[in-house]
Design a protein around this ligand. Structure first.
Ligand code: ZN
Length: 265
């Protein structure tokens, strides 16, 4: 197989290409890959930087927030001099500084039912780094309806969790709603802005999301589909729980009742 890498690309990605599991084929798959990052915050920052550095050819970033001083404790794609800028623009400038070869698409807006399917259509893998349950469930439902691989991470205080959901590719693999059938009642689970989070915890979880996204694009290693990784940074312990598809799941089960996004209006 012939690759059309320039000398500079071969040099830039040499530590990837050296890996037996990656090589020129894997690097080409990364270059052909299209990943959408939902949220340019604590998880989205390392995700955006590592995916750009890795040479993922097309990276989308969607977030409607502007950069605030309180973000900088953990959102490492941003910098003090960019406070007040749209987060997607701030992150994109950091990504371009690392790797000008990748296409970066910024969407400075909220994800909404009216635009989400057309947006997801343009990407292969969706990485959810959002900070609220309404977005998480909208992303999860849209991924199943559009047949997109979802890599979902969440953090709170000193803990993080991570899984990959791709029931369209993995017969036994669950969707997000197999794990969490419904959003929790409002106010039950605090957000990071209410309960806090150790900055490095978001960095680790977002970086692991980036690693899983690269694996999914290249088709190497063992997918995290069907497993939920839980990390307690204070105890410094990792646990992995097996997940199965729920035949009664309202979204991906045998008689699904969620067939469109009307519940999200
Ligand atoms: Zn399901």
């Amino acid at each position: 197989m012939e690759f059309s890498f320039t000398e500079a690309e071969i040099h830039r990605y040499s530590r990837h290409i050296l890996l037996r599991e990656v090589g020129g084929i894997g690097q080409e798959r990364l270059r052909a890959g299209r990943v959408l990052i939902v949220g340019a915050g604590g998880l989205g920052s390392p995700l955006a930087l590592y995916l750009a550095a890795a040479g993922v050819g097309t990276i989308g970033l969607i977030d409607d927030d502007v950069l605030d001083l309180s973000n900088l404790q953990r959102q490492i794609a941003h910098s003090t001099d960019r406070i007040g800028q749209p987060k997607v623009e701030s992150a994109a400038s950091a990504m371009r500084a690392i790797n000008p070869l990748v296409q970066i698409n910024t969407y400075n807006r909220r994800l909404e039912t009216a635009n989400i399917m057309a947006l997801f259509d343009q990407y292969d893998v969706i990485c959810d780094g959002s900070d609220n349950f309404s977005t998480r469930f909208l992303v999860a439902d849209s991924c199943v309806l559009a047949g997109k691989t979802l890599i979902s991470a969440a953090v709170l205080r000193f803990e993080g969790q991570l899984s990959t959901f791709k029931p369209h590719l993995d017969q036994a693999g669950p969707c997000y709603r197999c794990l969490y059938p419904e959003p929790p009642p409002a106010g039950l689970v605090p957000s990071c802005s209410e309960a806090g989070v150790l900055g490095a915890v978001t960095g680790v979880m977002g970086t692991m999301q980036a690693s899983e996204a690269c694996k999914e694009l290249m088709g190497i290693g063992e997918s995290l589909s069907g497993r939920l990784l839980l990390w307690d940074a204070l105890a410094m312990s990792f646990r992995t729980i097996r997940l199965k598809r729920d035949p009664a799941c309202a979204l991906c089960g045998e008689a699904p009742t969620i067939r469109d996004l009307s519940a999200h209006q």
